[in-house]
Design a protein around this ligand. Structure first.
Ligand code: FME
Ligand code: ZN
Ligand code: ZN
Length: 463
């Protein structure tokens, strides 16, 4: 059941959104919600909706949960690559800070690239802080393949909100904020300071976002002891939580050879040699794919993946080009010997013949693992809350790359977690969407996680 009471004869106000028993005091209009402990009595009759999950849809804007309304407002800000409206996003978070009574700091890490930090001070500033990170940019869309405008935040009759960023990762930003709001409204304070960082540029590598921010004095001043960042939806009842990432290696192989007329058997051509390297790399890809397929215990992040993503070269049908290149997106598993792997890449090029070289457009060399056992007090706190809430966790290595890699690389343990279960994985996809009930459940989850994380006792390194 959901508790709600009208603030005026025709309107509704949610005081919370939980499937919790409502406690009704017989014989009076007094009632209270067993979750938010808000109660109400008043001249107007209290109306309690006994609602099943399937019927948990809003009939109109006046009945929409205010957290959902805020989520949809944020989704409508067009922070879409390659020209995100970062100014509008920063202004949105400044307003959130004003409304929530939070500190607000703007750090311009590069011209036009601002990291916005909202801070809820803890009662013991000597302790390290909790960092709740989210990126503000979203990937482009192919509008013709969407059922609804990707920036309208349309909500259908079932309660699905369609928008770019609905899963990746504007939901998490608002879930953080709404959990903090709820906890502040309830009068809570915690020993550890909570910082919410809203950063640009993640979808294009974070090189003008988190990668610069972690080098700044303003980041070090946050004294982050632990961080949460994005995860990925899970279509089952379980929640995926990421404790490490694969390392993105973006490799461009350039092959040079003899040019000539397209009608002749030119020897030692660039194309023949490039073909050999492409074949070697795709054979490696097939081997890793088979390794993943044949071991049910392996998840995607545990093997190294590669995709051939660009082929370039040539000027005309009948001209054999002197140069051709192929570009690859490698995601190297954290347990790989990086030196040996790079030597393998070089040997594939040498075996193809003279004049075949490789260069790196991106080469992440600092994989870190955040322990997922009780030796890690942050994991202990995180997993205990999930256990108490009967949430099933699936710890994995993040197949893609997120800003967490930069945070872990400067010594801050981080978990990638987006509380989105029973949700198809649609990040970067057409019709990216999220059900409002899943979104709201995520607010509840953070409302339980934040107190636990912000109350982790002083670590040995902090005493
Ligand atoms: C590796 S830099 C680009 C980061 C991007 N992140 C999420 O999609 C990714 O491709 O994984
Ligand atoms: Zn993301
Ligand atoms: Zn993304």
């Amino acid at each position: 059941a959901r508790c709600s009471h009208s603030t005026r004869p025709t309107g509704w106000r949610w005081c919370c959104f939980m499937e919790r028993p409502l406690t009704l005091t017989r014989g009076s209009s007094w009632a209270h919600c067993s979750y938010c402990h808000r109660g109400a009595t008043g001249p107007w009759p209290l109306t309690f909706q006994l609602t099943t999950r399937s019927a948990m849809t809003s009939k109109g804007p006046e009945e929409e949960h205010p957290s959902v309304t805020l989520f949809r407002q944020y989704l409508r800000i067009r922070t879409v690559q390659p020209k995100p409206d970062y100014g509008a996003a920063v202004a949105f978070f400044e307003e959130r800070a004003r409304q929530l009574g939070l500190g607000c700091q703007k750090v311009e890490v590069a011209p036009g690239y601002v990291v916005t930090v909202l801070t809820w001070p803890g009662t013991n500033p000597a302790l390290s802080s909790i960092l709740l990170n989210s990126h503000t940019d979203v990937v482009p869309v192919f509008k013709e393949h969407w059922s609804h405008d990707p920036f309208e935040a349309f909500k259908d009759s079932e309660g699905y909100i369609y928008a770019r960023g609905a899963q990746d990762m504007k939901c998490v930003s608002i879930q953080y904020l709404e959990a903090v709001r709820r906890l502040k409204v309830e009068g809570h304070r915690f020993p550890r300071t909570i910082h919410m960082t809203f950063v640009p540029d993640e979808e294009v590598g974070g090189h003008q976002g988190m990668e610069l921010f972690v080098q700044r004095p303003e980041f070090h001043a946050l004294r982050a002891g632990f961080a949460l960042d994005e995860g990925i939806a899970n279509p089952t009842d379980a929640f995926t939580v990421f404790y490490s990432e694969r390392s993105p290696w973006w490799v461009r192989v350039t092959s040079t050879g003899r040019p000539g007329h397209g009608s002749l058997f030119i020897e030692d051509t660039a194309a023949e040699k490039l073909h050999k390297v492409v074949s070697s790399i795709l054979a490696f890809r097939e081997k890793e794919w088979q390794r993943l397929q044949s071991n049910p215990h392996l998840k995607e992040g545990a093997v190294t993946s590669v995709n051939l993503t660009k082929l370039e070269g040539g000027v005309a049908y009948n001209v054999v080009p002197a140069t051709m290149s192929a570009s690859f997106d490698f995601r190297v598993a954290p347990d790989v010997d990086f030196k040996a792997f790079e030597e393998q890449l070089q040997s594939w090029c040498q075996a193809a013949g003279e004049g075949v070289t490789l260069e790196f457009a991106q080469k992440w060399m600092h994989p870190q693992v955040t322990p997922t056992d009780d030796s890690n007090p942050w994991w202990a706190a995180f997993s205990r809350v999930c256990k108490d809430m009967n949430l099933s966790l699936e710890p994995e290595i993040m197949p893609a790359a997120t800003d967490s890699r930069f945070i872990r690389a400067v010594g801050v343990p981080a978990l990638g977690f987006s509380p989105l279960n029973r949700t198809p994985v649609l990040l970067h996809d057409h019709d990216e969407r999220l059900h409002e009930a899943v979104f709201l459940r995520g607010v509840d989850i953070y409302t339980r996680l934040l107190p636990a994380l912000a109350s982790v006792p002083a670590l040995p390194s902090e005493s």
